[in-house]
Design a protein around this ligand. Sequence first.
Ligand code: CP3
Length: 352
Amino acid sequence: MGVSSSDPLLLRAARGEVLDRPPVWMMRQAGRYMKAYRDLREKYPSFRDRSEIPEVAIEVSLQPWKAFQPDGVILFSDIVTPLPGLGIEMDVAEGKGPIIASPIRTQQQVDNLRPLEPEESLPFIKTILQSLRQEVGNKSTVLGFVGAPWTLAAYVVEGKGSKTYSIIKNMAFTDPTMLHQFLGKLADAIATYARYQIDCGAQVIQLFDSWAGQLSPQDYETFALPYQKRVFQQIRQTHPDTPLILLVSGSAGLLERMAKSGADIITVDWTVDMADARARLGTHMKVQGNLDPGVLFGSQEFIRDRIYDTVRKAGHGGHILNLGHGVLPSTPEENVKFFFETAKQISLATAA
Ligand code: CP3
């Protein structure tokens, strides 16, 4: 597919076009730091309602679009949203994150998983993505996202978030065959789900392997990387033109390995200097990031300096400006606004 100048900025950057300024969006740009979101949360206290009732999810997804006009609008959802379609019941608890009703720890539970039929179990995703595309037109890019097999397995085996990942690591290091079967099933389901999101209107897909940074590099190569590859390969088979982004939290020790996943764009968090990341990944690899979300607690001068520093180090082209992870809940909204305004005034064409 050719690059068209009527395409939105983020999509053009993701396809490798060199632009006057890097496109900018934020992870968790819809969420608790916004008063509009907190007000809506009072009306819809259940996370699943907020993300699965189409009108509500559309409204939340568009709250940051209306307030800041980011170059990327991400679907409001969660990485665990597709799990009930596999037969894994879940909820997303306030202040805690995903909770799995019956954690998967036996071969029989793995055998009982159903293949994902997104048209049946995730019909709301179609309504949400179609509406988002219609709403933003070609002024912004609509991003879909999925959780990667290792990170989803971590939630499903542990039953909730964890600091140590003891239960899944116990399984990985004592019963790897069963875990590999589970990861394989998750990879196929996630690829199916990502393809469905693209068919429904998502223009870019971000794969979140948030907890793969908890693995040593050799275990990353065994339990995370092969399944990231499997997801990306399956998406590419049917949707070769959709740019694919990979995120791993705390990824400083893994960057070169992440580049082997088949992603077009690697998210760089703030544990790596952007110039070092560029040197390590090579100029052909596109990057996203990499400001510390905590920078948004600083003064406007501080925020501006950090934006310019990142943009200078990322160099011309192949960069999507973003935080290295999600906006923190107590971030002042006016600082998010300032971040977007400042980023949109950058002009690389006239920069020295
Ligand atoms: O970025 C966006 O604006 C899109 C929406 C989005 C959410 N979750 C909404 C959400 C995205 C992309 C996610 C991905 C997600 N969910 C990840 C990968 C990204 C990352 O953080 O590394 C992970 C690990 C999860 C699991 C999860 N869901 C966690 C850890 C939490 C936070 C727990 C807490 O309360 O601090 C959630 C809940 C969640 N998902 C919230 C949001 C806005 C906060 C709770 C709420 O709004 O009520």
